[in-house]
Design a protein around this ligand. Structure first.
Ligand SMILES: Cc1cc2nc3c(=O)[nH]c(=O)nc-3n(C[C@H](O)[C@H](O)[C@H](O)COP(=O)(O)OP(=O)(O)OC[C@H]3O[C@@H](n4cnc5c(N)ncnc54)[C@H](O)[C@@H]3O)c2cc1C
Length: 424
């Protein structure tokens, strides 16, 4: 079975018929044509297999390893005077980064947090991050800052203030996470500091703080040639407008590559501790601004107050930055939040229990009528998919039938059943 029968989630395993390593589009077309001549074969593209719920798998079908096409394209283009990079869908973001910087001193502004994902696998799901837009001259350095809040309303007000400011008038990156208000090494205060020399002194936490705290993480790009006082002035000019706990601020200066590859370090650490290859029952939800306070009150402050054994990300995104032509479905309103429960499970505790907790959270959101949508969704029934897509369902079905009428592709998403149409 090997690579093609499992993924990062570690929850599902299947037995594919075969794994194909194409050298280009012609090989891929040949595989799909061969499958179309059968009544049952399905074909799944596999990027780097970092899905959680078997989305890149094909049970009894053919899996195409897109990584084998990663070297096929890498070209700098100029469109309407702006630089663009044309890369293969099978390329890893980290390779795109290294090649863009070393060959052209340019870099895309938009990055996922973790770069060992393929471009195709990310775009097929949408792709979210705390930094957006097009190719720019690659910065040299980044000031990375974490600030802590005890009040959710202040945390959301400030993070919304930062993401709604014009480009160039805010930080280059804005994300955030929730932590347990405790000394737990993974879920609590120690998860905030950025350097072994930093000390998180809990004496600075106000008495009014509840079971959890909120950390806003921001970053500003700068150049080697900038004087430290210029960078300080730019950073402080923004920070002084924010209402965080003044004594709980942590910052480091790192190279641009080190900043973008920060999750790689987490990976190395997790591998050393044996938790990278264990199951990851993750849950990603988009929650609208109108529902996020209620979500915090029950989910973070009560259900998850002791943490999830990994980051609990939360930060605002803007609907106007999304391309409505994709199949991603968003909650209502211009501002909504990504909530990502990135569980790292040491060997032992029951994965089923954690999956059940994810279900409980989603069930509670439905019961309370929260405005939310799952990101990287995974449903068992057709009715659930219809509910997910809402009024976008008919457009989605129409597209499926025009581009993939026999539902050969993407069987791991479990939305459509393979059919057979005799094309002769
Ligand atoms: C540690 C970690 C950090 C992450 N951070 C982020 C983040 O910051 N932002 C974010 O948005 N997501 C993030 N994700 C989620 C990630 O984007 C998705 O899991 C994505 O699917 C993984 O990419 P992949 O290359 O492994 O795709 P796979 O899991 O291999 O595939 C995902 C889907 O895309 C399809 N697919 C793959 N390649 C192609 C292709 N070339 N053409 C057409 N379809 C294709 C597959 O059939 C499947 O349906 C993270 C995941 C992990 C494990």
């Amino acid at each position: 079975m090997g690579l093609a029968g499992k993924d990062f989630g570690g929850i599902y395993t299947v037995k594919p018929l075969g794994l194909i390593k194409p050298s280009g589009t012609e090989d891929i077309a040949r595989v799909i044509k061969a499958a179309s001549r059968t009544s049952h074969l399905t074909v799944a593209a596999r990027g780097n297999g970092h899905s959680i719920n078997g989305q890149a798998m094909a049970d009894g079908g053919l899996v195409i390893d897109m990584r084998s096409t990663e070297e096929n394209h890498f070209k700098l283009l100029t469109i309407d005077g702006s630089p663009y990079i044309d890369v293969s869908g099978g390329a890893l973001w980290e390779d795109v980064l290294k090649r863009c910087v070393s060959m052209f001193r340019l870099a895309p502004r938009s990055w996922t947090d973790y770069l060992s994902l393929t471009v195709g696998g990310t775009l097929s799901n949408a792709g979210v991050s705390g930094q957006t837009v097009k190719l720019q001259p690659a910065p040299d350095m980044v000031r990375r800052i974490r600030i802590v809040y005890s009040e959710f309303e202040e945390f959301t007000r400030d993070s919304e203030f930062l993401v709604t400011r014009e480009e160039g008038a805010s930080f280059d990156y804005v994300e955030g996470f929730v932590l347990s208000n405790s000394d737990d090494p993974i879920n609590g205060w120690p998860s905030v500091t950025l350097d072994p020399d930093h000390e998180f002194n809990p004496a600075h936490i106000p008495q009014t703080a509840g079971s959890v705290l909120y950390c806003l993480e921001v970053a500003l790009h700068y150049s080697h040639s900038d004087h430290a006082s210029t960078v300080d002035a730019a950073v402080n000019g923004l920070l002084e407008r924010l209402g965080f706990i003044r004594r709980l601020k942590f910052q480091v200066n790192v190279s641009y590559l080190e900043f973008l590859l920060r999750v790689k370090q987490v990976e190395e650490h997790a591998r050393a501790n044996g938790i990278w290859d264990s199951p990851h029952p993750w849950l990603n939800i988009f929650v609208s601004k109108s529902s996020i306070v209620e979500f915090d009150r029950t989910v973070f402050r009560k259900m998850l107050k002791d943490g999830v054994g990994g980051p609990m990300l939360i930060y605002p995104l803007l609907r106007s930055k999304w391309d409505e032509r994709t199949s991603v479905v968003l909650p209502e309103g211009e501002i909504f939040y990504i909530v990502a429960l990135l569980r790292f499970v040491p060997q032992g505790p029951s994965v089923e229990k954690l999956v059940a907790q994810n279900h409980e959270i989603v069930k509670w959101c439905n019961k309370e009528g929260l405005d939310f949508k799952l990101y990287l969704p995974h449903y068992q029934s057709n009715e659930d998919w219809k509910r997910h897509f809402r009024n976008h369902w008919s457009r989605f079905v129409e597209r499926k039938f025009s581009f993939d009428p026999m539902a050969i592709l993407a069987p791991g998403q479990r939305i459509f059943k393979r059919t057979h149409v005799n094309l002769n």
